[in-house]
Write a protein that binds this ligand. Structure first.
Ligand code: AAE
Length: 231
């Protein structure tokens, strides 16, 4: 089955609609599915909820969709370094569901594994715990967190074969992996698409069975060069 699409717009065709919950990979500014985000921006879909560790910066990552007011709600753990995010949140335009970072990763992993909820000690006694089910296990109190079941996953891999067996690079691996598994459909942009059989099966981080569509992405090195140029 050929999963390779010729453009980010093609890779998302027939999938996007208003009010979607989208799980997006990326950590800091690495491993961001930037071309797919750009295609979502161009599509004009709105009232989106994103589950993503961060909301990018003003002109990169999910930040570009905040500028166009296409995002209704963020489910995130780190929301710094984005002035428009701060403005929209403080003015009440943007909803925010704040999660401890490990809880967010586990919520995505749980959704990908079909697990609707789990108990964690993280957040007990803080605002995070307000309104959540509390339960004691072995004399310790835990709170229940819900798995994330997204309509769509968008992720960025370093290398993948044409069937979506993927390898992520360094820090870009942490959120891309669970984000990829918790959506009904996973669209992946890849820095380098290689022929089936050329990746060592022992080195695959994400089996292609989770990935529905693949599209050629750009090299992160380009971003490093831009950052150096702008510094
Ligand atoms: C510090 C972080 O959580 C990194 C990020 O911006 O995603």
């Amino acid at each position: 089955m050929n999963k390779v699409y010729s453009s980010p717009e093609e890779a998302l065709s027939g999938i996007l609609h208003d009010d979607m919950l989208i799980a997006a990979g990326g950590f800091g500014l690495c491993g961001i599915p930037e071309l797919l985000l750009d295609a979502i921006k161009k599509s004009g879909v709105k009232n989106l909820t994103f589950a993503s560790n961060n909301a990018g910066v003003d002109d990169f990552g999910i930040g570009i969709l905040l500028q166009t007011k296409q995002v209704k709600k963020m489910i995130s753990s780190y929301v710094g370094e984005n002035a428009e995010f701060m403005r929209q949140y403080l003015s009440g335009e943007l909803e925010l569901e704040f999660n401890p970072q490990g809880t967010l990763a586990e919520r995505m992993r749980a959704g990908g594994a079909g697990i609707p909820g789990f108990y964690t000690k993280t957040g007990v006694g803080t605002v995070i715990a307000e309104g959540k089910d509390h339960k004691d296990f072995n004399g310790e109190t835990y709170i229940m967190e819900e798995g994330i079941f997204a309509d769509l996953s968008i992720v960025k891999a370093w290398k993948a074969d044409e069937t979506g067996n993927a390898i992520f690079r360094k820090t870009a691996r942490n959120f891309n992996l669970p984000a990829a598994t918790c959506g009904k459909i996973c669209v992946m942009e890849v820095e380098e698409i290689v022929p089936v059989g050329s990746l060592d099966p022992d080195n695959i981080h994400l089996p292609g069975i989770y990935v529905h569509r693949v599209v050629q992405g750009e090299h992160e090195k380009r971003i490093e060069q831009r950052t150096v140029r702008e510094a």
